[in-house]
Design a protein around this ligand. Structure first.
Ligand SMILES: [Zn+2]
Length: 108
């Protein structure tokens, strides 16, 4: 078993794992349940994605890259983003650049 990546959050982690499993690569999220029950403070550790079969690790990395680089998925992420038009750094909540009105990549 080999760790592929530590995701930013559970949504992203689940999204990546879904793609890995769809590609026939057994994988799971470790740390997912550290977030505890509703109402508890979230754990500091991000969820880690583990590839169960090390033989498929290289393939898993390729899938990870394509998932992370696909702009269509950017809306799933809760991280800050950078405007491709004016390079302004924007918070995840913004779907549009407040400076130049450019719409976030993947949402236009
Ligand atoms: Zn902008």
């Amino acid at each position: 078993m080999k760790k592929l990546i530590e995701a930013d959050n559970n949504i992203q982690a689940q999204f990546i794992v879904d793609h890995l499993i769809a590609a026939g690569i057994p994988s799971h999220i470790n740390g997912k349940y550290l977030n505890g029950a509703v109402g508890e403070l979230p754990a500091i550790l991000g969820p880690a994605i583990w590839v169960e079969d090390e033989q498929q690790f290289a393939k898993a990395k390729v899938i990870l890259e394509s998932v992370l680089s696909n702009p269509e998925q950017s809306q799933f992420y809760k991280s800050d983003w950078i405007c491709s038009e004016c390079s302004e750094v924007l918070e995840a909540a913004f779907t549009q650049c407040w400076k130049c009105s450019h719409i976030r990549m993947g949402l236009e």
